[in-house]
Design a protein around this ligand. Structure first.
Ligand SMILES: [Zn+2]
Length: 485
């Protein structure tokens, strides 16, 4: 069913809507952007497969970033590379004046997730990186939508500026937060983003606030048998810290998540370790909750050091804000998603999905490309630097099916589907939904103003203060830091 100009019913998810929303963009203009995405289909698939193959991790996405930026330049966008002192960050813009509509694109891969486009676990290269979050699709889906809008601005059918943000390192340091620090989002009217998922919906679920930090312990080395009384073990400090953190689990709200890896746990048993290092993330659904748990973790580090007779040091690497949900924007996205209808799959694609579900031990439900309504969306854990952007500019967030229902995320099934037709279909569907929604945003100043009014109301009296430290991002190594001090 095509809904074009219809009134969108206001749906409650525990939120109060300030106004009714109309997807008032011209239906013919929407059909033009859909046709443009179809025209780009082969190109978008080819380029996303290339980025899938590059599988470059955070801040090392040199080839992926260049490929996207070159493609935008070739299509007439003005491209500025290396923005915010991040070599792989860029902005591609077209048009002039207001409104300025931003759209985000990611392209970083995850370490250790190398996988062929097959329904069984089978790395291309064991230990290498893979697109376990589908960011190869994210980048091209958004750029495809931006290109469709650019063509209409060029033809004089839309007025304003379209701006594509090439945002690196989402999986590690949160490139968008560094771009935001440089004021690169400050003049944007509305921003859009999407994310690959195992379901299709206009997101009203928010995301978790996160604090990302190192805890280091410095002790004194000595022979572990000959003169251990001269030594003070940094690993004792680390073990006491993790014990304290794990006891704290009982005394935090159920919404809190805490996870860590040990990056340095000493060298050999016969030396009392003088150095130990832990990499830890704490999360909650609101920034204040994550702050509170982080404050307690810092005290635990001090206490652990005191008990072990060593020194402790806590260093914040970064963190994310929770996503600020804009219900007016979500209704608009939902109207366009409904207008487009479900993603259709072939029997081969459903068989591929079920084979993955069998292999990962979840129910063999196949793929679900039917848009889910705004009400009844289940909250899912996870954080994103899109959350930070949503506190600076009203942000609309879409999820589109690119993987079988319920299969593990940040895992091989997501990589497998992101390199074949299941992922491609999701990417094209995202591009069409975002492009159609942007037609509304360009053409309908009333909806734009309603989105902005809701944002102003939500952020009234709030001060946005990112977690990132001064200076460039600290990129944590995934290898044990043997020589670190
Ligand atoms: Zn992701």
């Amino acid at each position: 069913m095509r809904l074009g100009r219809s009134c969108v019913v206001v749906l409650g998810v525990g939120f109060v809507l300030p106004t009714m929303v109309f997807a008032a963009g011209d239906i013919k203009t929407k059909e033009e952007v859909i046709a443009s995405v179809e025209k780009q289909r082969a190109d978008l698939i080819k380029l996303s497969d290339q980025i899938w193959g590059f599988a470059e991790t955070a801040l090392k996405e040199t080839k992926s970033s260049k490929l996207l930026a070159d493609h935008a330049e070739k299509h007439g966008f003005k491209v500025v590379r290396g923005v915010a002192n991040l070599p792989t960050a860029f902005i591609a813009s077209y048009g002039e004046g207001r409104p300025i509509i931003g759209i985000l694109g990611e392209f970083d891969a995850l370490p250790g997730l190398s996988q062929k486009a097959t329904p069984v676990k089978e790395p291309v290269e064991p230990g290498a990186a893979g697109h376990g979050c589908g960011h190869n699709l994210f980048g091209l889906g958004s750029l495809g939508a931006a290109t469709a809008i650019k063509e209409l601005i060029e033809a004089g059918k839309l007025k304003g500026t379209i701006r594509f943000y090439g945002t690196p390192a989402e999986e590690a340091v949160g490139g968008k937060i560094y771009m935001a620090r440089e004021g690169l989002f400050s003049d944007v009217d509305v921003c859009l983003a999407w994310h690959p998922a195992d379901e299709t919906l206009a997101d009203v679920r928010s995301s978790q606030a996160l604090v990302d930090f190192f805890v280091e312990f410095h002790g004194k080395a000595a022979h572990a048998a000959h003169d251990p009384w001269n030594g003070r073990s940094a690993v004792d400090g680390l073990e006491l810290f993790t014990h304290g953190l794990n006891m704290m689990r009982e005394h935090v709200k159920p919404s809190v998540r805490m996870h860590y890896v040990i990056q340095d746990g000493g060298l050999v048993p016969n030396i009392v370790p003088e150095y130990a290092k832990l990499w830890c993330w704490v999360r909650d659904w609101k920034r204040a909750g994550a702050d509170e748990v982080f404050g307690r973790a810092k005290k635990i580090a001090e206490g652990a050091a005191l008990m072990a007779g060593v020194e402790s040091k806590v260093t914040v690497l970064g963190g994310d804000y929770e996503m600020l949900v804009n219900m007016t924007g979500a209704n608009l996205l939902n109207a366009n998603l409904t207008w487009l209808g479900p993603i259709e799959y072939t029997k081969e694609e459903q068989d591929f999905a079920r084979a993955i579900q069998r292999a990962t031990g979840v129910a063999e439900k196949g793929l679900n490309g039917v848009p889910k309504p705004l009400e009844g969306q289940e909250a899912q854990g996870g954080s994103t630097d899109v959350g930070d952007i949503s506190w600076i500019v009203p942000t609309l967030h879409l999820s589109v099916t690119t993987a079988p229902e319920d299969t593990p995320w940040h895992a091989w099934p997501v990589v497998a589907c992101g390199g074949m037709s299941i992922g491609h279909k999701g990417m094209i569907h995202a591009a069409k939904t975002l492009a159609a929604t942007m037609v509304d945003l360009f053409e309908d100043s009333k909806t734009r103003e309603a989105i902005q009014a809701e944002f102003k109301e939500q952020t009234k009296g709030q001060v946005y203060k990112p977690y990132i430290p001064d200076g460039p991002p600290m990129l944590p190594s995934h290898e044990p830091s043997r020589s670190a001090q």
